[in-house]
Design a binder for this molecule. Sequence first.
Ligand code: SAH
Length: 219
Amino acid sequence: MSAEPEDTPETRRARLILGLRSQGVSDPAVLTAFERTPRELFTPDLFQERAWEDSALPIACGQTISQPFIVGLMTQALTLEPRSRVLEIGTGSGYQTAILSKLARLVYTMERYRTLLGEAEARFRQLELGNVITRFSDGARGWPEQAPFDRILVTAAAPGEPTELLSQLKPSGVLVAPIGRGPVQTLKRYAGDGRGGFREEILCEVRFVPLLEGVAQEL
Ligand code: SAH
């Protein structure tokens, strides 16, 4: 389903959303969030033509804006509720953050590149997303001052079980993260059992940039 040059952005968006649904992103609230979030705003100028393709694209600082299908799958797996307070690790372009902000009460998002965070913040202002709180910091350590969270989403690959982040989750909370050290990782969902334990579920294989330690020294 490649884009034709004469397609309007609306046609491309509608085609992408149909594609997401056919691949199992069926939650109507999640699909509506996609409809209401202009991916072209989060896509670099060089890739504008591809903003509504179902593919990951390069952004500044050697990072990527995630593939829409994976954003849909992860968002759906979080089983958000309108009252949820969510922590997102890896703001990147801010696209996933904007989708979350349509479905949750508050979204806390952390990024280790100042440049990316600044650009994402400008987009949140432009879209008037009043429920997003940003922080330039190492997300692997979470955000203890704001914990516990109802939901945590990690959009960079953690080398192993993210114990520090799991400790910042409510007892019945949900955390979704790509886990693994190699180029291909396993997308996992951890659901709190309400008694301090977690039920672990494997969702699929994914390719994310690594979750790195500390903040970036370069811009
Ligand atoms: N959700 C983003 C995907 C960004 S890619 C989007 O939709 O555009 C992953 C991001 O995680 C990158 O921007 C990277 O800089 C960031 N990241 C990696 N390790 C991090 C860490 N320890 N703390 C905060 N952000 C981190």
